[in-house]
Structures are given as C-alpha cells and as structure tokens.
Design a protein around this ligand. Structure first.
Ligand code: GLN
Length: 316
C-alpha cells in the first residue's frame, strides 16, 4: 500500500469510529416509519455506517452487522436493471425531474397524465418495476432483482424479509392507487397486483450497511465491478444514475442533501442511505429515525460529517 493510501485509510477509520460513537449517543433521532407496521417495530436506537473502497476493503462502525429493510434504496438497482432491459425507452414512461413533492404523492401524477416525474418517487419506481416484470412471471422478475443485488454486493446470503413485504402489501393502499392510476394510462402494463407484488418484495430486501456499501461500488467506480474489472453498466449510465440520485434521491429533501452532503445519495424509509463518492468510495449508513421528508435523520448527519472530514464532494 502507498503511504498516502494508508493515511487515507487511517483517516477513514478514525472518522467512521468517531462518527459512529457520536451518532449512537445522539438523543434526537427522528421518527421511525409507521405506515408500514413491520418498520414501526424497529428500534430507533440503532446506527450503522460502512465505507467500501475500490480494492474491496470496508470500514464499518456501529450496528453494521444488523440487516435492515433497504426500501427505496432498491430503486437504484431496479433502475439499472430496467435500463439494461429497455434502454432509453424507459424515459418515454418516466421523467427525470425532481418532484418537489412527497415520495407517495398522488396529485402530481394526475397533472402529468400518469407519467411519473422520476424513477425514485414511488410512482416512477412502480413503473420501472413493471418494465422489469414484462415478459416474466412475478417470481422470475423478483429473482432477477435479488440476484442482481447479490451479484453486485458479492454476497449470496442477501434475502427478502417476507414479513416486511406482507406488512406493506396489507397497508399499501396509496401505492395501489398510484399503480391503478398509471394502469389507466397504459404506463403500467402488467396486472397491477403482480407489479405491486414485485415492488413490495424488492423494497423488503434486507441488507447490512456493509453489503449495501459493497453493492454500490459499481456506481462509484465507472460502472464496473472493481474486483473483476467487468462492466456492470456503462460509465455513461453510472454517471446518469448518480445524477438522478443527486437531484431526486431524497425526494423533497434532495436539495438539502446536496447542499449538506454534496454527494449522490438514495434514501429509504427503513432509514438507510446509499451515497456515492465517484472514483473514491461507496458509503452506506443506517439509522431508522426519519425526518419529515422520510429520510434518515442521523444517516444524513453522519454523511455530512464524513464528507466534510474526508473532503468528499462532487462539487470540487
Ligand atoms: N416501500 C416504500 C413505499 O412504497 C418505499 C418508500 C421509501 O422508502 N421512501 O412506500
């Protein structure tokens, strides 16, 4: 290892340990998501952070061995899969603009005649899931999504938390409304219950921060798996997914996240965030308490501290 590399590694290790200790002691931790009953049962007293580097080394702190529900972070991976399947035709059905609305907003969809603003709000992600499903049985489509996550993280043990999926299905009335509405415009092509079934299950994939940080490495390193050098997606596509994460990855909190953290990031209501330092690292954080936009409160604070200490930013 070069001396500068080992200094960087030392600096990350120290920062990760100090940030984990600080976050574990914080009192104001936000509110856990309550609209999915299984997620309401998760203790907000948890915090985890993992940083994955190009060479596969990971630096972790806090509860990084505890799997959590990745929820909307799965949408980064379904977008990559759907682009691989249908290419730029995807953008005929889904836009690329920040929504300025909550992640489950219905009102905007009517204004825009059933075409979701971007692939990360719920409506857009349901439309993307529908594209992956076309031509397959729901089980096959879900298997493809799960295998993709196992492949990019290099870990076959990743699985779906079926009780979270069932819990969301039982209470997913808003998502059902969005999907039915899009079906009326032909944006959703498959039977609504099949599309929603796949969507609820991919949101219910459970991962540790370490697994998630490893899974995000292709977005940080030119679209490639840095261990093998094999291309997962093209460089251009990786850049574009990062651009969408920066502009739309935190819903109505995307501007604040870009301002405070300065990195592409995608949040989920399970309290996870995946953040990408292009050419530098892939970072996953988790703390179940959310802010009013549905983004992890301590997760964002931790990323802000880490980015500042390491001078990581896409803005120079
Ligand atoms: N499965 C969740 C939902 O559809 C995902 C939302 C999120 O993580 N922001 O409501």
């Amino acid at each position: 290892m070069e001396p500068t590399e080992s200094r960087t590694l030392d600096a990350i290790e120290t920062a990760v340990a100090e940030i984990a200790a600080e976050m574990q002691a914080r009192e104001d931790r936000g509110e856990v998501a309550s609209y999915i009953p299984e997620l309401a049962r998760v203790s907000p007293q948890q915090f985890a952070i993992s940083v994955a580097l190009r060479d596969g080394r990971t630096i972790s702190g806090g509860d990084w061995e505890t799997p959590f529900s990745i929820q909307s972070i799965s949408k980064v991976f379904t977008l990559a899969l759907a682009l691989g399947k249908v290419g730029d035709n995807l953008w005929r059905k889904v836009g690329r603009e920040p929504s300025g609305n909550p992640f489950n907003s219905i009102v905007q969809l009517e204004h825009e005649r059933g075409r979701p603003r971007n692939p990360f709000i719920n409506a857009g992600a349901i439309a993307v899931t529908d594209m992956i499903l076309s031509g397959h049985q729901p089980k096959e489509a879900l298997g493809e999504i799960l295998r993709f996550l196992q492949f990019v993280s290099g870990d076959d043990a990743i699985s779906i938390d079926r009780s979270v999926a069932a819990s969301e299905k039982a209470t997913g009335f808003r998502n059902a409304a969005l999907a039915n509405y899009m079906k009326s415009f032909g944006i959703v092509e498959n039977p609504v219950e099949h599309t929603l079934g796949v969507y609820f299950h991919h949101c219910a994939i459970a991962m540790t921060t370490r697994q998630l940080a490893m899974a995000g490495r292709y977005l940080a390193f030119e679209g490639r798996n840095p261990d093998t050098g094999h291309s997962v997606i093209s460089l251009e596509r990786a850049r574009r997914i990062n651009a969408l994460m920066l502009t739309c990855g935190h819903y109505d909190g995307s501007g604040e996240f870009a301002y405070r953290v300065g990195l592409p990031g995608k949040s989920g209501v399970g309290g996870g965030i995946l953040a990408v330092v292009p050419g530098g690292a892939s970072i996953a954080v988790w703390s179940p308490g959310l802010d009013h936009n549905g983004n992890s409160k301590l997760g964002r604070d931790a990323l802000e501290l880490l980015a500042r200490r390491m001078h990581w930013s896409v803005f120079g």
